[in-house]
Design a protein around this ligand. Structure first.
Ligand code: ZN
Length: 268
């Protein structure tokens, strides 16, 4: 069975795929899809998706893009969604690409969630854009105390890979890195030990190159191509051929990694 380590099935752009959710997971042989909440508003929706299929692992967090919308009780609310045993925290993070002016507020929100994850010994999924030095500093000064953390769609430098590995990081590769223009990041991923690698669609974002879009989909409003969760199969095929590892071995190793990080008792 395949693992999609990071996606956003609650995104309104994927709404029209929802009636087929179970069928999509079955057809693509996905045994675990980690659906990441990003704002206080979408946590209930993520929870609802988890009820639809036992192949969905719900994760809850406040993404740096949405911190300005948070309520006064946001951390308490997050604690509520973490009551279920083992529920991971994410997507949380730092982003100096979209906004540079509120980094200190982002840090404060990140650390509050990071500490909550430590308190409950939970895995964390981290988004980071153009803030790698600061992220490393924070993780060094506030060591992770759970089963590990995932740097999703890792876009950082190769030099930081060993440092993050020592601190407990896993790294997930997404379809966006399959484009020839991203070949440098592909080389960075090849330095990551197999036992710390995961794959993700990040659907509806991170569209793979068109010849790898096994499941084409477009946004009904803009007409633009968006990433379909079923494209996880293409990412497995790509990595299997680029890394020179059989599909079977890749599946087994990544299944093992996903269990160690997210859910030791999960059937894959
Ligand atoms: Zn995401």
């Amino acid at each position: 069975m395949l693992v999609d380590a990071h996606l956003h099935w609650q995104d309104p752009r994927l709404e029209r795929c929802l009636p087929d959710l179970r069928q999509i997971l079955t057809t693509a042989s996905v045994g675990m899809a980690v659906v990441n909440g990003t704002s206080e508003e979408d946590w209930a929706k993520v929870h609802g998706l988890g009820k639809q299929s036992d192949r969905i692992l719900c994760s809850y967090g406040l993404h740096p893009w949405y911190i300005h919308e948070r309520s006064l009780r946001w951390l308490e609310n997050l604690g509520h969604w973490l009551k279920q045993d083992g529920t991971p925290v994410g997507e949380i993070g730092l982003d100096r690409w979209l906004r540079k002016d509120n980094l200190e507020e982002q840090v404060e929100v990140f650390l509050a969630q990071w500490s909550l994850a430590n308190e409950h010994k939970r895995a964390v999924t981290v988004h980071c854009l153009k803030a790698w030095g600061r992220l490393l500093e924070l993780v060094e000064s506030h060591p992770h105390e759970g089963p590990g953390f995932l740097l999703h769609s890792y876009g950082g430098p190769v030099e930081m890979v060993p440092e993050f590995l020592n601190l407990g990081a896993y790294f997930s590769f997404s379809g966006g890195f399959m484009h020839p223009r991203k070949s440098r990041q592909l080389e960075v991923f090849k330095t990551i030990p197999m036992e710390r690698l995961l794959l993700e669609t990040d659907a509806p974002e991170m569209l793979p190159p068109s010849d790898w879009c096994f499941c084409p989909l477009s946004d009904t409003e803009s007409g633009k191509a968006i990433n379909h969760p079923g494209n996880i199969r293409a990412i497995y095929e790509f990595v299997s051929s680029e890394w020179g590892i059989s599909h079977q071995k890749l599946q087994e190793q990544l299944g093992c990694n996903a269990r160690s990080l997210f859910a030791p008792s999960w059937q894959l």
